[in-house]
Ligand binder design. Structure first.
Ligand code: ADP
Length: 196
């Protein structure tokens, strides 16, 4: 797979009906050779720990400047929505910042809907900038506390549903789920096998 650095663990591949390839890899999302990476941001786009901190550290200060301008213009980034910035020093051209739900702030059904909205709004944002390849972290499964076993099928079905309802969007060739730890990698890999 050309999109991965050689240090990354082999991915499980699958094929959606729209010829967009879905895959799961274990590694650091900041190192992927994709057009766009998704950031699990907060509603203030203020940076923080986890994947958000890793992305800003790797991308450099220009990305945070763009985030501040977006917040200055729109006030906040509501849960489930996405905004796009450039990607600073990353290989990627774009960072799609999406705001996942905090598990304990909502009931489980609302949390699931909001998490699904993250995937669909990020895909919509990605196609607006003509991204052909988009990499997602496991949104909300870290500091925000969304149970990983519940988040994985939401991630996969949200992407598959979005692809099915956007068959006229041929530019997207690859969607990659990037898991930092081995357990989440195995959960996502098994979920993708089961649902595709
Ligand atoms: P959230 O606040 O949305 O829960 P976190 O960053 O705390 O965001 O965690 C989201 C997921 O991202 C977790 O599964 C975590 O293991 C993973 N993660 C952390 N750092 C990275 C990274 N550099 N690349 C990919 N995934 C990462």
């Amino acid at each position: 797979m050309k999109l991965l650095p050689t240090t990354m663990r082999a991915s499980h591949l699958s094929e959606s009906r729209q010829k967009t390839e879905l895959s799961v890899v274990q590694g650091d999302i900041t190192t992927l050779r994709v057009d766009a990476i998704v950031n699990a941001a907060n509603s203030a786009l203020a940076g923080g720990g986890g994947v958000d901190g890793a992305i800003h550290a790797a991308a450099g200060p220009t990305v945070m400047e763009e985030c501040r301008k977006i917040i200055g213009a729109q006030g906040s980034c509501p849960t489930g929505t996405s905004v796009v910035t450039s990607a600073g020093r990353l290989f990627a051209s774009w960072i799609i910042h999406t705001v996942g739900p905090i598990w304990e702030h909502h009931d489980p059904i609302d949390s699931s809907t909001l998490l699904s909205n993250c995937y669909s709004s990020a895909l919509a944002s990605g196609t607006q900038v003509d991204a052909r390849s988009i990499a997602f972290p496991a949104i909300s499964t870290g500091i925000y506390g969304f149970p990983r076993e519940l988040a994985a099928p939401i991630a996969v079905t949200s992407v598959l549903d979005w692809l099915r309802t956007h068959e006229g969007s041929p530019s997207l060739t690859d969607v990659i789920f990037v898991c930092f730890d081995e357990t989440n990698y195995e959960i996502l890999r098994d979920t993708l096998t089961r649902l595709t």
